[in-house]
Write a protein that binds this ligand. Structure first.
Ligand code: HXC
Length: 259
């Protein structure tokens, strides 16, 4: 399937798909159609048996500079209610396969929120993260106040959300927002390296583990522990569990099939 605002390569590398935001002149501002395309692409990649990990990226200058301000400018609350764009975001969040954001340049507003919706973030040294909505008279709407606060803590989240200040990749790493910072020339290669590691694992266990870590953000401890335990038991119904443990005992590399 071809899209207008994203480029999708389901076979970028073995088992790794790449989704590239492709509105370079607008710094990859997230208009409604782009987000619908993203939802469709992630849905299709989730169904694709060959894909075990997905990388979302932009270009060197921008991952995404936020939701499209020009498209939002004249909206009323009722317009927003009818458009219901967050249904799209909710579907993206429900992607079962692991997603790595490879971020260079601006990751602002909805762009920062999209990166945080991913499971891990690899950034180039030039990346800048921020929730500058306050400067245009609004506030984050796609999970920014929740995910940023959980990731970096109240002090920095409050400062970023209330002043709109950007933080560098180094500061994002120090504060726990992202996984790695590397030179700009290799940020995508580094994301691929991380994706390759993920792809070597059992796809069944990976799915259950991702779901369980995410549960930590959505539930109290007791409910989270119960959920984790259920998924742990479920791992033992897979051939991958038998293969993984057998391979350990036989001192060889496991051959995971995803069943
Ligand atoms: C629409 C945008 C845009 C955006 C940049 N552009 N960001 N268009 N929506 N969010 C466009 C500019 O209008 C311009 O187009 C072109 O991209 C290049 O941008 P410049 O401003 O000329 O570049 P520069 O001077 O380098 O400044 C970069 C920047 C600045 C600091 C990133 O563009 C900026 O502040 N952008 C807005 C950031 C922001 O407020 N994001 C939050 C949006 S609200 P033209 O045609 O003029 O050349 C949000 C809410 C999410 O995200 C809610 C949930 C969905």
């Amino acid at each position: 399937m071809s899209y207008e605002y994203i480029l999708v390569d389901p076979q970028f590398k073995t088992h790794i798909a790449l989704v590239r935001l492709n509105r370079p002149k607008e710094l990859n501002a997230l208009n409604l159609q782009l987000m619908l395309e993203m939802k469709q692409a992630l849905h299709d990649l989730d169904e694709d048996e060959n894909v075990r990990c997905i990388i979302i990226t932009g270009n060197e200058q921008a991952f995404a500079a936020g939701a499209d301000i020009k498209q939002m400018e004249s909206r009323t609350p009722i317009d927003l209610l009818k458009i219901d764009q967050f249904e799209t975001w909710d579907q993206i969040r429900k992607t079962k396969k692991p997603i790595i954001a490879a971020v260079s340049g601006f990751a602002l507003g909805g762009g920062c929120e999209l990166a945080m919706t991913c499971d891990m973030i690899v950034a180039s040294e030039t990346a800048k993260f921020g929730q500058p909505e306050i400067k245009i008279g609004i506030m984050p709407g796609a999970g920014g106040t929740q995910r940023l606060t959980r990731a970096v803590g109240k002090a920095l989240a409050m400062e970023m959300v209330l002043t709109g200040k950007f933080i560098s990749a180094e500061e994002a790493l120090r504060s726990g927002l992202i996984n790695k910072v590397v030179p700009e020339e290799v940020y995508l290669d580094e994301a691929v390296k991380l994706a390759k590691e993920v792809c070597q694992m059992s796809p069944v266990a990976t799915r259950l583990a991702k779901e369980s870590v995410n549960k930590a953000f959505e539930s109290g401890l007791q409910e989270g522990l119960f959920f984790e335990r259920k998924n742990f038991y479920m791992c033992f119904s897979s051939n991958d569990q038998k293969e993984g443990m057998k391979a350990f005992v036989e001192k060889r590399i496991p051959d995971f099939k995803g069943n």
